[in-house]
Design a protein around this ligand. Structure first.
Ligand code: ATP
Length: 889
């Protein structure tokens, strides 16, 4: 470090110095010192430095400095006057990791750390009582879009992995969130932490931030490829590692590193391959480990058996491979298992993790060697395509982390020698790509514009335009970076809209509600976004590389052009919202002669429950249509009807269809053709059939879940992971809650209680008969079924029985039996005082309790059949007309 470098003790509060000392941080890394020197002034900052270079600590020191100065040594309770620091993370798992990291340390400094990981539509403002608030980007967006006034209390925003603004699916949310904060509270300091990217300068200039870049990495990272028994490193060094006869290259390289005392991460491109690799590794690795390590492996096996029932094939395999100190890690596994694996690896009890790139995002692990099995990823349209350089760098960066290893190695593998050399050299020497705003994606933009109107953050064309002018999108349009992409996007958009609108047309033609829900953009049923695949990404990249921004286009009138095109975009969206009754125009407050909009209750529900407006419209239309069909006696409304409606929504991730899925789907259609809320069931030959079949696969998964089909059977039947089931269930709960709210907007849509019951069943994975039993604490789906089978079908049965008899039920025992009987006997009734009508308070609560414990299960009917109503044609037509006009919402 040069003598001109600033000294930390001159920069920061003395409490920070002792804090660092306690954390055993002896000195700061050069880019850290540079960043703190710049950030301490209060200026916005973008830190784009290599992996493992300690970005978190930069943010932590800056945040502490701000809080310490704000509080003037006032420890203890979070001072109301003190500004809040918002820490944004891209993933729940990372948010939890940061929370655990900061919580204990910050308590000792007198600052409170809080996290909210509840569902996206759950309001949890208590978290704002803390000094440091850790939220995922989506959660922060959901909370602040509902109550933008809270932005004023934020004095600093730390945005981890800010380059994810580029993410096709989630980038727009982060960009809108940052824009909202910088618009509402320009004095809040923004600290963006980024992987190295090509256009960090552009990002910094958007945020009016000082940019800190560096090539410096605290631990050397050696990059190379393995070919014919040799690792060739980028510095020309060659290391010979003869391939072990009868074993793969991965096994050879993993064993080599384990013998050296290091651990290994193997990145591959599919979930199936992570399991395949773990399978080939576990025996040879067990063979080379000593007895102490073997004992540790056995212990981990025991521990995982305690947290997982090991009933699915996947869980059994994981358990088996752990005997060799090998695990696999992918998004199909339950969250608790994923965090268990990472924890054990960090404690060096697991030697190798075979994983998909999900593990590349920001985790700190002791991997001395990272093996990249392939640089290609399968794409349905284009076959195998190369991954982005930035993704390679993130995977590579998991090796050689400070405090864990003295150095790191990343080794690329490939089956074709010529390609391997070319690709590996390209990636090792390659610059990470530029990042691009995704605000141009109209489907996603709709949802965010609606949120601006709902929260009254911007409620006129002029204000929305003004807001958009603050985005990175506008900045990139101005600099010319996005002009070519925009063109490509628009062309693609047109093609897409054409395809979709033909489908939409068919649907609306068939519906008696024709004319309602008109979708001028052809977007209503849109399930996806534009640049969703790696090949799309490259297509766009190539386009950009080949066409540099034209200087002439960047002339004065470019501003006008951009503005006009934005106005058109906003106008289209506003029209779409008005036509679908998400917003209405209100009288502009005098004397401002502009059109001002206000969200309808329906628009508010869509925005506040965080569902895409087009999904809200599908729900609304289908509920309405279900009612019409029901009145005609043309539908039998069952849970299948609602589950199918859910599976049509774009917010739901659909699963891949295999050949063997088709027969069960055909059988399902045969049994349920009278239950679907649609005009006609698509035939196999219809162009829409594929989409329909995919939706049905999802419906069937949920149907199995509420029919108490075992998780193991569901995973095998549909070739999905347990984690996929849990994600599907989480999504279904959220969307069902929204569906209920939309149904409640109209009294005639009497479906709300059916939907509530269904949500209960989805939450617990149970048949209707078990609802009262799972309401008891300590009773899940399995125990409830055991009780039911033993004749304890209602809460009354439990209340009126001998405790010994209850205890005899398998999996119950005396403690649980006593516990549940006590719950029913002494169920505490919380006295909530209704201040206006104190006498009513207790009654209300008692009513609720009584309701909850009513024997809903007396009849064990699982599906509700609503007999066709006999109404004459006249009434039918009147009803239809009434329904299809403006009575609703
Ligand atoms: N000055 C320091 N001295 C010693 N260790 C440090 C220092 N700064 C950070 N570390 C440690 O370095 C490790 C990596 O830090 P961190 O996770 O913040 O890196 P990062 O830049 O965010 O990496 P990535 O982008 O790869 O996720 C952590 O274990 C952290 O405790």
């Amino acid at each position: 470090m040069s003598s001109n470098s600033p000294h930390l003790e001159d920069l920061v509060h003395p409490n920070i110095l002792s804090y660092l000392f306690r954390k055993k941080i002896i000195e700061l890394y050069p880019p850290q010192l540079e960043a703190i020197d710049a950030g301490i002034t209060g200026r916005n900052l973008v830190v784009s430095i290599p992996t493992a270079s300690g970005k978190t600590l930069i943010a932590e020191i800056l945040a502490l400095q701000k809080l310490l100065l704000d509080s003037n040594g006032d420890k203890g309770k979070a001072s109301k006057k003190r500004g809040k620091v918002l820490y944004l993370c891209p993933l729940k798992a990372l948010a939890t990791e940061k929370y655990e990291e900061f919580k204990a340390d910050w308590d000792s400094l007198g600052f409170r750390v809080g996290i909210s990981t509840s569902d996206i539509d759950q309001i949890d403002y208590k978290v704002f009582n803390n000094d440091l608030i850790i939220l995922t980007n989506e959660k922060a967006d959901a909370l602040l879009r509902l109550d933008p006034k809270r932005i004023a209390a934020i004095s600093m925003v730390i945005c981890d992995e800010i380059h994810l603004i580029n993410d096709d699916h989630r980038g727009i949310t982060l960009e809108f969130l940052l824009t909202r904060i910088k618009t509402a509270n320009p004095s809040a300091q923004i600290v963006g932490l980024s992987a190295t990217i090509q256009n960090a300068e552009e990002l910094a200039s958007w945020l009016q931030a000082q940019l800190i870049t560096s090539e410096w990495r605290p631990v050397a990272l050696k990059e190379g490829f393995y070919l014919r028994d040799e690792i060739h490193f980028q510095d020309g060094a060659v290391r010979t590692i003869p391939k072990i006869p009868g074993h793969s290259e991965v096994t050879t390289l993993a064993i080599d590193m384990i013998k050296e005392g290091g651990q290994v991460l193997v990145f591959t491109n599919s979930r199936k391959n992570t399991i395949k690799l773990a399978d080939e590794l576990h025996i040879p690795i067990r063979m080379i480990t000593d007895n102490k390590e073997k004992e540790e492996f056995d212990q981990i096996q025991e521990e995982i058996a305690k947290i997982d029932s090991l009933e699915t094939e996947t869980a059994k395999k994981l358990h088996k491979y752990l005997k060799g100190g090998v695990a696999f890690h992918h998004a199909g596994l339950p969250r608790k298992i994923l965090s268990f694996i990472v924890k054990q690896f960090n404690q060096r009890k697991i030697k190798v993790i075979c994983c998909t790139p999900t593990l590349a995002a920001g985790v700190n692990t002791p991997a001395r060697r990272v093996i990249i099995k392939t640089l290609y990823r399968y794409n349905a349209e284009k076959g195998n395509v190369l991954i982005p350089v930035i993704e390679y760098k993130q995977m590579a960066g998991r090796a050689g982390r400070p405090r864990f290893d003295p150095y790191g190695e990343v080794i690329i593998l490939g089956s074709n020698p010529e390609k391997l050399v070319n690709d590996a050299v390209g990636y090792i020497n390659g610059d990470p790509e530029k990042i691009f705003s995704k605000v141009g994606d109209e489907n996603k933009l709709q949802s965010h514009i609606l949120s601006l109107i709902v929260s009254k953050f911007a409620d006129s064309m002029e204000q929305i335009l003004k807001f958009l002018k603050n985005t990175f999108y506008y900045h990139q349009l101005q600099t010319g970076t996005l002009s070519d992409v925009e063109e490509a996007l628009n062309n693609k958009n047109k093609r897409y809209t054409k395809r979709k609108s033909s489908l939409q047309k068919t649907r609306t033609q068939l519906r008696p509600t024709s004319g309602r829900g008109n979708d001028p953009l052809g977007l209503a049923a849109d399930p996806g976004s534009f640049f969703t695949t790696a090949s799309d990404y490259w297509e766009k990249e190539n386009l950009l590389q080949s066409t540099k921004p034209k200087k002439t286009e960047l002339s004065d009138n470019i501003e006008i052009k951009i503005e006009r095109s934005l106005q058109t975009k906003i106008q289209q969206i506003i029209n779409y919202f008005q036509e679908n009754e998400l917003i209405t125009q209100i009288e502009a407050p005098h004397p401002i002669a502009v059109e001002v909009f206000e969200a309808t209750p329906f628009g508010k529900i869509c925005s506040q429950s965080y569902i895409p407006p087009q999904d809200g419209i599908i729900i609304k239309e289908d509920l309405l249509y279900a009612k019409v069909l029901e009145d005609y006696g043309e539908i039998e409304l069952t849970n299948t009807s609602w589950l199918y409606l859910l599976s049509k929504l774009s917010a739901f991730r659909k699963f891949y269809l295999r050949k063997q899925d088709y027969n069960p789907i055909f059988t399902f259609i045969e049994h349920h053709s009278d239950n679907f809320i649609m005009e006609e069931v698509w035939e196999k030959t219809d162009p829409q059939f594929l989409e329909f079949a995919q939706e049905l696969k999802l419906t069937m998964i949920m149907q199995d879940w509420i029919s108490e089909v075992h998780e193991k059977n569901i995973t095998e039947r549909y070739n999905i992971g347990v984690g996929d089931i849990h994600n599907t269930i989480d999504n279904a709960q959220w969307l069902l809650r929204t569906m209920q709210q939309i149904a409640r907007l109209d009294k005639e849509l009497h479906f709300s209680s059916d939907l509530q019951k269904l949500n209960y069943r989805i939450t617990h994975g149970i048949k209707e008969s078990l609802i009262p039993l799972v309401k008891l604490k300590g009773i899940g789906r399995v125990r409830a079924r055991k009780l039911f089978q033993a004749g304890f079908k209602t809460t009354n049965d439990i209340l009126n029985s001998n405790i010994e008899d209850i205890a005899k039920v398998p999996l119950i025992g005396m403690t649980i039996a006593r516990n549940i009987q006590n719950q029913l006997l002494n169920r505490p009734v919380k006295k909530k005082i209704d201040r206006k009508h104190p006498d009513k308070s207790e009654k209300l609560l008692l009513d609720k309790t009584t309701l909850e414990f009513q024997s809903q299960d007396a009849n064990d009917k699982e599906e509700k059949h609503i007999p066709p109503k006999d109404i004459n044609q006249d009434t039918k037509e009147r009803k239809l007309k009434k329904n299809s006009l403006d009575r609703f919402f």
